[in-house]
Design a binder for this molecule. Structure first.
Ligand SMILES: CC(C)CCC[C@@H](C)[C@H]1CC[C@H]2[C@@H]3CC=C4C[C@@H](O)CC[C@]4(C)[C@H]3CC[C@]12C
Length: 285
C-alpha cells in the first residue's frame, strides 16, 4: 500500500524506470523509498540481501534510528542524498550533450558545459556484471579499489552513516591523469535503489579531522553519480552510466584538464572490466 502511494506520488511506472528518460522518476521513487525507510514505522522496502549492514538496521524501530542520528550524521546523509539528486538531474538533462570520444569496445563519452562553464562528462558502457555486483565493487568495497585500479593510490572510509552513506578520502596515484598530477578528494557517497536500478552519488565535502593536506592539491568531485541499470534481457549485465563532474583545482590550462578527464574515465572503465574478468570463477586458478 505504502509503496503504491509512493509510486503514485512520484508518478512512476515500471517501464519508465528502465528507460533513460525515466531516470529522474526512478530517482524520485528511490527517494520515496528512503523517506519510507527513515520515517515510516514499517519500511515499505526491504534492503537487498547483499547489504548485510542494513539488515541489522531493520531490527531497530525506524523512529529510534532517525533520532539516534547525530547532527553530523544527518548533515552527511542529506548532503549525500542532495548530491545524488543533483547529479541525476544533470545526467537526465536532454540538451547540450556532445559526443566526446567513442572507444572501439562500444563505450561512449559525452560532454556538456554547465552554467558557470564547468565541463562534465557522461560515460556509457555495458558491463558484464549485475548492478548488485557492481554496487559491491564500487561502493561496499571501495577501499579495495586501488588493488585493481593503478590510478588510485588509496581510498579510506572515514565514516559510515547507516548502510547507504559514507565519507571517504581518495588519493589518486602520482601517474593518474599524467599531466594533472596527484590529487586528494574528500567526499560524501550515498546510494539508493529503485526497482532493479542502483544509484551511486557523491560530492565533495569537509571532514574535521582531515583538512586539506600540505603538499596535496585537494580536488572537488561532484555532484557525481553512477547509474547501474540491468539490461532488459540480461539481468546479469549492466548498462553503466557515469557522470564525471570534477574541479581538479590547481593552475592548469582548461584544455589540458578537459582532455585528461575523459581519458581518466575511459581508463577507469578499462580497469573495472579487467577486474570483472579476473573475478569470474572460471578465470580463477
Ligand atoms: C585526472 C586526475 C586528476 C584524476 C584521476 C583519478 C580519478 C579517475 C579517480 C580518483 C578518485 C576516484 C574515485 C574514487 C571513488 C569513487 C567512488 C565509487 O563509488 C565510484 C568511483 C569513484 C567515483 C572513483 C572514480 C575515479 C576517481 C575519480
Amino acid at each position: 500500500m505504502q509503496r503504491a502511494v509512493l509510486k503514485l506520488c512520484c508518478g512512476i511506472s515500471y517501464p519508465h524506470v528502465r528507460s533513460m528518460a525515466g531516470l529522474q522518476r526512478a530517482a524520485l521513487a528511490a527517494f520515496g523509498q528512503e523517506i519510507s525507510v527513515h520515517l515510516q514505522r514499517r519500511p515499505a522496502w526491504s534492503p537487498p540481501r547483499w547489504t548485510r549492514h542494513q539488515q541489522d538496521e531493520k531490527t531497530q524501530p525506524a523512529e529510534q534510528r532517525t533520532t539516534a542520528l547525530a547532527d553530523e550524521d544527518v548533515f552527511y546523509l542529506r548532503r549525500g542524498q542532495e548530491a545524488l539528486h543533483e547529479a541525476l538531474e544533470i545526467v537526465e538533462s536532454k540538451d547540450g550533450w556532445k559526443p566526446e570520444m567513442a572507444e572501439k569496445n562500444g563505450d561512449v563519452i559525452y560532454s556538456k558545459v554547465l552554467l558557470g562553464n564547468r565541463k562534465v562528462f557522461r560515460l556509457e558502457a555495458e558491463l558484464d556484471a549485475s548492478p548488485e555486483e557492481l554496487h559491491d565493487i564500487l561502493f561496499v568495497r571501495v577501499e579495495e579499489m586501488h588493488e585493481w585500479n593503478p590510478n588510485i593510490r588509496r581510498i579510506r572510509v572515514l565514516k559510515h552513516v547507516g548502510g547507504n552513506t559514507m565519507v571517504t578520502h581518495e588519493v589518486s596515484a602520482e601517474t593518474a591523469g599524467n599531466l594533472i598530477g596527484q590529487r586528494d578528494f574528500l567526499s560524501v557517497r550515498h546510494w539508493s535503489k529503485s526497482e532493479s536500478c542502483v544509484y551511486l552519488g557523491g560530492a565533495a565535502t569537509q571532514f574535521e579531522s582531515l583538512p586539506p593536506q600540505p603538499g596535496f592539491v585537494r580536488a572537488e568531485d561532484g555532484p557525481t553519480c553512477i547509474v547501474l541499470q540491468p539490461l532488459q534481457d540480461h539481468p546479469d549485465r549492466t548498462h553503466f552510466i557515469w557522470l564525471l563532474n570534477m574541479d581538479v583545482k590547481g593552475w592548469l590550462p582548461q584544455s589540458l584538464v578537459n582532455k585528461a578527464l575523459p581519458r581518466a574515465q575511459a581508463d577507469f572503465t578499462k580497469h573495472l572490466r579487467l577486474h570483472l574478468t579476473a573475478q569470474k570463477p572460471e578465470n580463477r586458478r
